[in-house]
Design a protein around this ligand. Structure first.
Ligand code: DHE
Length: 529
């Protein structure tokens, strides 16, 4: 009996392997390019650069695993216009198509200044739109909620917790939306490179432009005049005016021109009147001043090191470079914005697995940060603890929150959570900080941990059994904490920030992030900047 079972298993294995080999051999004979042009090009673009549907380039597909891609081609994607091709195409054809979209485009696709300018749209009538909200609610306590499930934005009245408007967004927005200082306009960036400017007071889109083919995030200057975009593809940084006219391109390349780099992210450093830029593959940190009083130094691609200078004068709208020992992928500013606390991600050239502190004025590394793993410093928060100023950051690899002294750069505490988390939030008026464990698998992803900022202990947890519960943002007054049930049929859950009791729940489609206008424009200490 045992023997015949063994033979049966061997036969099944052989048949399975034969089936795979057969599919593979057939996939080799299929003309995937022709299939793509026939079935996919109309929505995803002839060059796979995206059109009505998203771009299908290896860079854009980094976060989509192959089995998921195959399933998507077979069955389509619910709540979008992507149909399933399982009835029209054979398995070998589906396999060939999936293999094709993961292949790099040769020659590498270009996205030039002319392409950028051609892609721009602008509503000229927007100049006459009223300069006050055309709806009844506190414009400072408005929440912008990004619903990634069906690619929409909901605007939520933060006093009544009611949606006042909902509109479609570009596919796959990434990074926090960025606001002008008066809170009237918000800019969204999509992974496919689109930047959209939206008038929150008139509930209408003002302008849109495609800055690149694969973009990371956008930043808006604290005077509302400039918008910067960080790209993986092409490898550059772009400067736009407030209406998204292209002003300047910065190729992310070393001074000798030998090394190029993906641009990880760009941030506004408001007190410095500058943008600070993280480069993924190059051990340099860039700062670009938008202070008209900054001494203009060079234009174009000429840069100046001036190492060891006591006070930096970054030069108006030019990149000033700080050479580092290793690249920085993700970072956090201290309260003065003189220092960035940064970390590299695994897979980055020579990542030592330790963080580093860079003084932006002296333009050099001043300390190492004793935090290993994958700290998600962009989600860090700062607060006072025992007379010291500290920052706390989640970790994408381990279930622990690192708390660091912002003077001595020492690790003062590690707080255990059920699993690795992505986001952390608090508010100056709240005693507590909230964090998720969304990267922690089944056992952890449904739990938010609430940390007492004085004892640095987890004092409570809220759960959404079996679902992913993540990304918190407080109301303007810090009385309520809003969290997301990250599912297609998800929800926004409003908790009382002192009693941790649920007070309201609104159905939403995978609300990936929510942003309170006041907390953002005032750079509240408990939220991301
Ligand atoms: Fe993000 C912000 C980098 C994957 C959702 N993410 C950011 C920022 C950076 C970053 C540098 C800050 C930019 C800003 O807000 O302007 N993210 C990365 C990565 O390197 C990483 C790990 C891999 C990648 O391929 O990009 C990554 N991020 C994700 C996701 O998988 C998330 C969870 C889902 C998604 O939609 O992509 C995700 N990232 C977010 C969100 C923010 C963000 C919601 C804004 C956070 C905030 O509250 O400010």
């Amino acid at each position: 009996m045992k023997e015949s079972l063994k033979t049966l298993c061997k036969l099944a294995l052989a048949l399975g392997l034969f089936g795979l080999a057969w599919d593979y051999a057939r996939a080799q004979t299929v003309d995937a390019r022709a299939l793509y042009q026939q079935h996919c090009a109309a929505c995803h673009g002839e060059q796979r650069l995206g059109s009505m549907g998203p771009a299908l380039l290896p860079e854009s597909l980094e976060r989509l695993r192959r089995p998921e891609a195959l399933k998507l081609i077979r069955e389509g994607r619910p709540a979008t216009q992507m149909p399933g091709f399982g009835t029209q195409l054979g398995e070998a054809e589906i396999q060939a198509l999936a293999a094709y979209i993961y292949q790099p485009q040769l020659p590498a696709p270009q996205w030039t200044a002319a392409d950028i300018r051609r892609s721009r749209s602008f509503d000229a009538g927007s100049r006459q739109w009223p300069a006050r909200p055309q709806w009844q609610a506190d414009p400072m306590n408005l929440f912008v909620v990004v619903e990634g499930g069906d690619h929409h934005i909901s605007l939520l009245d933060g006093d009544r917790f009611e949606v006042i408007h909902r509109f479609p967004s570009r596919y796959a927005l990434h990074g926090g939306p960025k606001f002008t200082p008066d809170g009237r306009y918000v800019y969204f960036g999509s992974r496919d490179g689109w930047i959209s400017k939206y008038d929150l007071w008139n509930l209408k889109q003002v302008a849109e432009v495609r800055a690149g083919l694969n973009m990371r995030n956008v930043a808006v200057s604290s005077d509302g005049r400039w918008v910067m975009a960080a790209n993986y593809l092409p490898q550059e940084l772009l400067l736009f005016d407030a209406d998204l006219n292209l002003v300047k391109q910065f190729e992310a390349r070393s001074l000798d021109g030998k090394q190029g780099s993906r641009v990880s992210a760009v941030y506004d450093a408001a007190p410095r009147k500058s943008f600070v830029v993280a480069l993924k593959d190059m051990a340099e940190l860039w700062e670009i001043s938008y202070d008209p009083k900054a001494e203009p130094i060079h234009d174009g691609l000429v840069h100046d090191y001036r190492m060891g200078e006591a006070i930096a004068r970054p030069g108006y709208l030019n990149a000033r470079r700080t050479p580092l020992e290793e690249p920085l992928d993700d970072f956090f500013f201290d309260d003065s914005y003189r220092h960035v606390l940064g970390s590299a991600r695994p897979g980055t050239a020579s990542a030592s697995n330790l963080g580093q502190v860079v003084n932006l004025d002296a333009r050099r590394k001043v300390s190492s940060l004793p935090i290993a793993g994958m700290p998600h410093l962009g989600s860090g928060i700062s607060f006072d603890w025992q007379g010291r100023r500290v920052m706390a950051s989640p970790n994408l690899k381990d279930g622990r929150i690192s708390v660091i002294d912002l003077k001595s750069w020492e690790l003062v505490r590690e707080i255990a959570t059920p699993g690795p988390g992505f986001f952390m939030r608090s508010h100056a008026r709240s005693r507590y900080a909230w964090t998720d464990s969304m990267m922690g698998g089944k056992e952890a992803k449904d739990t938010l941990s609430i940390i007492d900022k004085q004892s640095l202990e987890v004092v409570a947890q809220v759960r959404e059994p079996g679902k992913t519960l993540a990304h918190i943002e407080f109301t303007k007054d810090g009385r309520y904490a809003l969290a997301s049930v990250w599912e297609l049929d998800g929800a926004l859950v409003v908790y009382d920030a002192a009693s941790f009791k649920e007070v309201k729940r609104l159905p939403m489609s995978k609300p990936v992030g929510k942003y309170n206008v006041w907390n953002k424009i005032s750079r509240e200490e408990g939220t991301s900047h």
